[in-house]
Design a protein. Structure first.
Length: 137
């Protein structure tokens, strides 16, 4: 019985949580883009405001999928939510810095810069979320 309880408390394996984390990011990106497009095309919103709204929708989707699927957290949302926002802010700053370096300083195409930046942030985002945001009790 004790083995069963201990196994239930263990975090999901990397083999499970890495693809789930990446999948959650893909779904969140889809929600972000769909919200942005709908707000601009159907609601005639200012694109910057639409993108900001889409970002917030994507962040909520990513949080919920990471909490329930990728990391199977049992912590209170009050704690994990605050930690998630802090990690999200750090990743946003890192995204801006890396993107600026690749695009503005090195002259790479903006889409190439974004793809490389996104790829560079998957591992730090995963480990920050697994080891601090959604840590298991």
């Amino acid at each position: 019985m004790a083995d069963r309880i201990e196994a239930m408390a263990a975090p999901p394996s990397h083999a499970y949580s890495v693809p789930a984390y990446i999948g959650a990011g893909g779904i969140a990106t889809g929600a972000h883009y769909a919200t942005t497009i709908a707000a601009v095309e159907l609601g005639h919103a200012w694109p910057v405001a639409a993108s900001a709204g889409g970002f917030l929708v994507g962040a909520v989707v990513k949080y919920l999928l990471n909490y329930t699927v990728a990391f199977r957290s049992r912590h209170a949302h009050a704690e994990t939510g605050v930690r998630f926002v802090l990690v999200l802010a750090a990743l946003l700053a890192a995204n801006a810095a890396i993107f600026w370096l690749l695009n503005a300083r090195l002259g790479m195409n903006y889409m190439v810069s974004q793809v490389l930046t996104t790829g560079a942030l998957i591992a730090p985002g995963y480990f920050a979320n697994r080891r601090w945001v959604f840590v298991r009790c």
